[in-house]
Structures are given as C-alpha cells and as structure tokens.
Design a protein around this ligand. Structure first.
Ligand SMILES: CC(C)(COP(=O)(O)OP(=O)(O)OC[C@H]1O[C@@H](n2cnc3c(N)ncnc32)[C@H](O)[C@@H]1OP(=O)(O)O)[C@@H](O)C(=O)NCCC(=O)NCCS
Length: 180
C-alpha cells in the first residue's frame, strides 16, 4: 500500500477477533523502543521515526495510550498532550494502528481514550495535523468527527484544504479540530 493509501480490505474475522481482545493502557518509557520500532513500517515505509524521540514516552505518558492484544503484541498507539500554552486544547501528535488490525475500530478507541483524557483535564477541543497526501489519515479524522480548519493561505492539496509548507517551510499540513 502506498503512503496515500486506499482503505484496507474490510476487517476480516481475524482482525476483528484480535481487536476484540485488546487491552488499552498507558505507555511507559520501557515501551519506547517497541513503539518507535514500528513507526516506519506502520507509515508505509516512510521514514517518520524521527518524529517520535524518546521524550514522548518520558513526559507525555499521562495522556498517551497503547493497545495490545492478548499475546501482548502492540496493536496501536497514540501520543498526545494537553497544551501547556492553551489548556483548553488537547493535541494528538501521532496515532497509528498495526496494519493487521486496521478497519476494526482500534484507532477510534485510541482516540476515545485520549478524548476522555482531554475532557477530564477540562479541554474543550482536540487538534491534530496530517500530511494532506495521507488520505487514510484524512478519512479517519473526518470519520471521527474532526473538521478541517481553514483560513488565510488554505489551498487545495491532494484534494484536501491544507496549508503549504506549514511545518519546516516545506511540509504541507491539514489542520483538524474536534470538540471533546
Ligand atoms: C489512520 C489509522 C490510525 C486508522 O486506524 P484504524 O484502526 O484502521 O481506524 P478505525 O478502524 O478505528 O476506523 C475509524 C473510522 O475511520 C474510518 N477509516 C479508517 N481508515 C480509513 C480509510 N483508509 N479510508 C476511509 N475511512 C477510514 C473508518 O471508516 C472508521 O469510521 P466508522 O467507525 O465510522 O466506520 C491507521 O490507518 C494508521 O495507523 N495509518 C498509518 C499511520 C497514520 O497515518 N496515522 C495518522 C496520522 S498521525
């Protein structure tokens, strides 16, 4: 599958069974190598592991989540935080699920846990950004009730309203927001 990715084949019985037995828990620093080790694979071979330095599992574990199956295999993760500058906002930095369980609701459940964290902290909105060419991520966020934020400079990139060069001056981004 390419980075833009069309939808995986529907959730077969094995995916659903594996997803049904999942346990959701907070990560610890001891999980770090296991989590960062799947990033490039789960993002279709794009080299994105440098977006997840160890600090994420040192300082943001109280608002992050792992999903594991009954055998203890990693099925998904979400790293996020409540904004120190804007305590009414929660921000999801990265969310991903094992390609072998996609389409079975694991990503949605990870976000539900995170949104519950946001609610408990008194935040009113969750935000996230993604590369507009990642159509799977765009569809996922829209399915979860996020809206695309638009404003000056928004243009249509890969079929989605986005900001060119938003990160680093070179990386295009779609901006998402959802009330908690
Ligand atoms: C995006 C991603 C996290 C979705 O995880 P998932 O476990 O397959 O998602 P879910 O099964 O929970 O789907 C939740 C909703 O999103 C929708 N969705 C998920 N993938 C989709 C796709 N490829 N195309 C269209 N809709 C999709 C589903 O229809 C579902 O909606 P529904 O509950 O109304 O049926 C997963 O594809 C992934 O890890 N991608 C690589 C990493 C990435 O791009 N992360 C996002 C940017 S940080």
């Amino acid at each position: 599958m390419t980075a833009g990715g069309s939808r995986e084949a529907g959730p077969g019985p094995s995916r659903v069974a594996r997803a049904a037995g999942l346990r959701f828990r907070r990560p610890t620093e001891a999980d770090y190598l296991r989590v960062v080790g799947v990033v490039d694979d789960w993002w279709d071979g794009r080299s994105l592991h440098s977006n997840l330095p160890r600090l994420w599992l040192q300082h943001f574990t109280g608002t992050s989540w792992l999903a594991e199956d009954e055998a203890g295999r990693l099925a998904g993760f979400l790293v996020g935080f409540i904004s120190p500058d804007h305590p009414d906002l929660a921000y999801c930095h990265m969310v991903a699920t094992d390609p072998n369980v996609r389409g079975a609701g694991v990503g949605r459940r990870l976000y539900e846990h995170f949104i519950e964290d946001a609610r408990a902290a008194g935040a009113r909105e969750v935000r996230a950004v993604t590369w507009p060419g990642n159509r799977r991520s765009v569809a996922f966020h829209l399915a979860l009730g996020f809206r695309i934020m638009t404003g000056p400079g928004t243009q249509n990139l890969y079929g989605t309203p986005a900001l060119a060069g938003y990160d680093y001056g070179t990386e295009d981004r779609v901006l998402f927001a959802r009330e908690v």
